[in-house]
Write a new protein. Structure first.
Length: 182
């Protein structure tokens, strides 16, 4: 069963370990000192930034991280993505990782993504859709989005998280199901 809670400062050592894993570092391009992890994840943890960092569990054991944010809270990112596809009011973004290399390739990514998306409709008031840009080079990531029910709606160039992958990106979208209360 997939569950999650807000990331806390006590989770930073685990997050650091995950960010150091080669399969994560390839795409997440973060400094991994404790100072850097605290600098980069501390503001959201303390409620000083509008995004949410969610520690995801599989049957009670840490599995990964999902970052969830509203595009409206990040105007620069909204403007960049708007060059490729319309970004409706209420659009939400997610970014995700599976930290334990032993859990990669087992179908857990799509399950984690699907679970967070389903709860987004209830937990993020006014959310209209989930819109996710992903590096075209990251086949495993965009396949996980497809398996989670998202559809590719655009492709083009965006600033990469890791410059070694180039600017080519796909954009995936899933809309809030009709009839759900906002």
């Amino acid at each position: 069963m997939i569950t999650w809670r807000r990331l806390g400062q006590e989770d930073f050592p685990l997050l650091r370990t995950w960010l150091e894993q080669p399969h994560v570092a390839l795409w997440w391009n973060h400094e991994t000192s404790m100072e850097a992890v605290t600098r980069d994840f501390g503001p959201a943890t303390r409620g000083e930034e509008p995004s949410e960092d969610l520690l995801v569990f599989l049957d009670g054991r840490p599995l990964g991280l999902v970052q969830r944010s509203r595009y409206a809270d990040y105007p620069g990112y909204l403007a960049e993505l708007s060059t490729l596809t319309p970004v409706p009011d209420g659009a939400v973004s997610i970014d995700y990782l599976i930290g334990d290399p032993g859990q990669v390739g087992r179908g857990l990514g799509p399950e984690m993504i699907r679970s967070v998306i389903e709860r987004t409709w209830a937990e993020v008031p006014g959310s209209s859709c989930v819109l996710v840009p992903v590096s075209a080079a990251n086949r495993a990531s965009w396949r996980a989005l497809e398996k989670a029910g998202m559809r590719r709606v655009a492709e083009g160039e965006l600033e990469p998280d890791n410059p070694i992958h180039g600017r080519a990106h796909y954009v995936y979208r899933i809309d809030r199901p009709a009839g759900l209360p906002e």
